[in-house]
Write a protein that binds this ligand. Sequence first.
Ligand code: G3P
Ligand code: MG
Length: 238
Amino acid sequence: MKVFAHRGFSGRYPENTMLAFKKAVEAGADGIELDVHLSADGEVVIIHDELVDRTTDGTGLVGSKTLAELKALDASAGFKGVYGKNEIPTLREYFEMIRDTKLETNIELKTGVDVYPGIEEKVLGLIDEFGLRDRIIISSFNHYSVMRMKALAPDMRYGFLEESWVIGMPEYAHKYGMDGVHPLFNVVDKDYMDMCHALGLAVNVWTVNTEADIRHMKELGIDISIGNFPDLARRIVG
Ligand code: G3P
Ligand code: MG
């Protein structure tokens, strides 16, 4: 089972910041999951919510602000003042950090509310500029967005995100040519695993944070466990 850090090492550092990404690497994560949106001037930025309110000292929509306006904010969220100022990173800055590592990245396209027309092309453009297609997994709750990107680059890995008890998810994901499914971890049991693996689908779950849950995912044969404490998962998984 591979260990991915959810929004970086977000259990101990401000989520989706370069600090959280660097700390995830230090903790021995195999990969990092991060969330992307587009700024008003078309830059791919890493932040979870559509609004900057929860994770920064600003207010308003990510998509209504220029990169310069976003960069002026402190994205330290609940860690304000503890680690100094932490900017909202661009996907380019993140790729510059990981380009010479073996780290894998699960890019979650946050196209569930604002579809950010053109975001798939922009994300792919950056992936290709850094030559990272083989180390990227694309996922989204917006399955149309996943399919748009898959049409642009069929040779990358793709997965549909789901957080409910949908019937037939493995067959559905297989039908649309996914490489994996990305369910909320509670949804997965042995039958679900068997169905996915019989169809050749990876099962990549989130957000697995406790020792008991990490052990349970390992026993089930999960492919990637995405969680906020990559140090804990690394210790358990070995
Ligand atoms: O990609 C897995 C997980 O991050 C999906 O939910 O809300 O944490 O982005 P969320
Ligand atoms: Mg996410």
